[in-house]
Write a protein that binds this ligand. Sequence first.
Ligand SMILES: CC(C)(COP(=O)(O)OP(=O)(O)OC[C@H]1O[C@@H](n2cnc3c(N)ncnc32)[C@H](O)[C@@H]1OP(=O)(O)O)[C@@H](O)C(=O)NCCC(=O)NCCS
Length: 207
Amino acid sequence: MRLSEKLRAWARRKSLRMKTFQKSNQETMTLVYTDRLVIRRPRQEDLQAFLAYRNAHENMRLQPIERMPHAEALKFLAKQAELTSDADNCWLMFAIELRESGGMIGEVGMYIESGSKRTGDIGWSLNRAFSGQGYATEAAKWLIEYAFGERRLHRLTSNASTQNTGSIRLMERLGMRREGTTRESMLVHGVWHDEHRYAMLSTEWHG
Ligand SMILES: CC(C)(COP(=O)(O)OP(=O)(O)OC[C@H]1O[C@@H](n2cnc3c(N)ncnc32)[C@H](O)[C@@H]1OP(=O)(O)O)[C@@H](O)C(=O)NCCC(=O)NCCS
């Protein structure tokens, strides 16, 4: 069964609404509609919306990332647009759009390790103008369904600086378990941060 057929079958089982369209020289792209969001693969046209949250001070403040220059961001989005949704051993990012108004407001994504571990590390980022309304939670729930459903992963992990209360609250809202705290394991703009490490097994996910 082709990937897009498998995704549609899985979405029917999960009652997610999906629409596919064929783009020349690309895989069949799949849009996923959750209650309020469209989730899709990113594209180069997302550049301005992507940079608006990616380089915002409040988004970089508690993450080990530096400002991404315009040219690098274009290359990054071009590479993401080429990845097929069954890619592994790379960051696989999904754009979040509002169904009502369109336009990218943030992202969810995961790094899937290939091989027998069947583990993925998940993450998220939202434009601050759209926070506090449950959009990241809604997109992350889809990502978890996708990871355990379509990708058949066994375990998902996510880590955040102990100061990153937004991300920690999100992990807990999703039902992830805190497995521990590592001392000074994340270097953020020259300062060592402790990290809370969270995980969830497929058997622990109840939607
Ligand atoms: C992590 C991040 C995406 C969380 O954003 P967020 O807006 O708090 O998350 P959501 O969109 O899910 O919104 C949840 C909030 O909206 C509220 N909310 C309102 N309506 C809601 C709804 N329908 N469903 C769920 N929550 C809702 C929740 O109560 C919650 O508020 P609270 O945290 O004060 O309790 C955001 O802080 C961010 O982009 N941070 C910078 C990037 C980053 O650090 N990423 C993580 C790297 S480890």
